[in-house]
Structure formats: structure tokens, C-alpha cells
Write a protein of this length. Structure first.
Length: 224
């Protein structure tokens, strides 16, 4: 799974790497991103790629309230096209969630060591994601935008840390992934199987990341 990650780039830096046409939010560095927080995502809106914030934890339109999002921070790539909570968004509402790295915990319960994982070149990357808009039944003008991160079987590079990893998209599949008119399930599944980054690097970090209260650059510093 993916339960914590990191994002610290400026809008200028992100625009130099990702296909962003418009940005509708302020950006601040976050070295300990946790579920339910607002996170940066690129999605297609009226033919343009917008960068904006979504709550992490997908809330389907049919949900009674937003609490279901706490259980929907991840979606399995292998079953996302069939699961009722995700299949409609998989077909029509896909996004890219921006990050500089993510955390995973290695070892046995009670002795788990947090690890920071990123690309070998240390450049920011995009998780494959899905998004939804939820409205209160008694207030149709209210909007709660949320998203989930897709996960897949861990690549050999980090399999000794955890058996699952987030789906990290290659740049050449950004546009077909974002395009809502691309609804061909076999092709979308092919992106999740073959259009992803698998070579990752990792290093141990301080257990301060166990608490979301700790949020500064030292969170990703290597420890001996």
C-alpha cells in the first residue's frame, strides 16, 4: 500500500516536469503527507490539464458521508476496473498525484524501520490516481473532491521492504492516462502493467516520520 508520501517542489519546478496548463491552488512543501489531507493532483478539465488539491481518500458519489474516504486511500490496480467503488472513476476520472518520494515500513511489528523510497534520479514523479466529487444530499452546492492512489505488486527493487507499491507512471503515458475520452479498459490496464516506473531506490529514515506532527526536510534525511 501507500500510506505516507512526500512532495516539496514549487509550482515553477512542477510546471517544468509535468504537463500543467493551469493551477488552481497554492503549493506548500509537505514532508509527511497523510491520508485525509489535501494533496496535489493533475486532472483533465475542459481539455486542459489542471493542477489542484484533492482530499486523499476517495469518497464515491453514493457515499452517505466522507468518512468512507479513510478506507479508500489506495485502490488495487489488478481489480480497480471491477470494484464498484472505483470502476466508474477508473473509466472516466483519472488523475496524477504528484510526489517526490514515499515512505514504507520494513521489518516486524514493533520493530519496523521507516524507509524513504524514490526514483534513482531523485526527480518528482506521478502516482496513478482516481478522483471523485461528493455532494451533501441536503446541500447540492457543496463539493468534496477526493482521490485515491493505485497500487500494484512491488518491483524487485523494493520487494524486500513491502510486497506492494504505488503505481508510478512513466511520462509517455501521462496524456492517455489523463484523457477522460480514453475509456478502453484493456488499454488502461496495459498502462498500469507496462507504463510504470519500477526501478526505485531507498534508504532508512528517522522514526520521527511515524508521527504526522513531524514535517520538515529532516524527515527524508538518511540515517546510519
Amino acid at each position: 500500500m501507500c500510506g505516507r508520501f512526500v512532495g516539496f517542489r514549487s509550482l515553477k519546478e512542477l510546471k517544468g516536469i509535468f504537463p500543467i496548463d493551469k493551477a488552481g491552488c497554492d503549493i506548500t512543501a509537505n514532508y509527511n503527507v497523510a491520508p485525509s489531507q489535501e494533496i496535489l493532483a493533475i486532472f483533465k478539465h475542459e481539455g486542459e490539464n489542471w493542477l489542484d488539491k484533492f482530499h486523499w481518500g476517495l469518497v464515491p458519489f453514493w457515499a452517505k458521508d466522507t468518512s468512507i474516504g479513510n478506507r479508500m486511500i489506495n485502490a488495487r490496480a489488478e481489480t480497480v476496473a471491477e470494484k464498484p467503488s472505483f470502476r466508474n472513476a477508473f473509466k472516466k476520472r483519472r488523475c496524477m498525484i504528484l510526489a517526490d518520494g514515499f515512505y514504507e515500513w520494513k521489518g516486524e511489528k514493533g520493530r519496523k524501520q521507516p524507509m524513504f523510497i524514490t526514483l534513482p534520479d531523485r526527480k518528482p514523479f506521478a502516482f496513478a490516481g482516481l478522483w471523485e466529487v461528493w455532494n451533501k444530499k441536503d446541500d447540492p452546492d457543496s463539493t468534496y473532491r477526493s482521490c485515491t492512489i493505485l497500487t500494484t505488486e512491488a518491483s524487485e527493487s523494493i520487494r524486500d521492504i513491502h510486497h506492494r507499491m504505488p503505481v508510478i507512471l512513466k511520462p509517455d503515458v501521462y496524456e492517455p492516462w489523463l484523457n477522460p475520452e480514453n475509456q478502453e479498459i484493456v488499454g488502461l490496464k496495459n498502462i498500469l502493467a507496462h507504463g510504470i516506473q519500477t526501478e526505485l531506490v531507498s534508504h532508512p529514515v528517522s522514526k520521527q516520520v511515524n508521527s504526522v506532527k513531524n514535517n520538515d526536510p529532516s524527515c527524508i534525511d538518511p540515517i546510519a
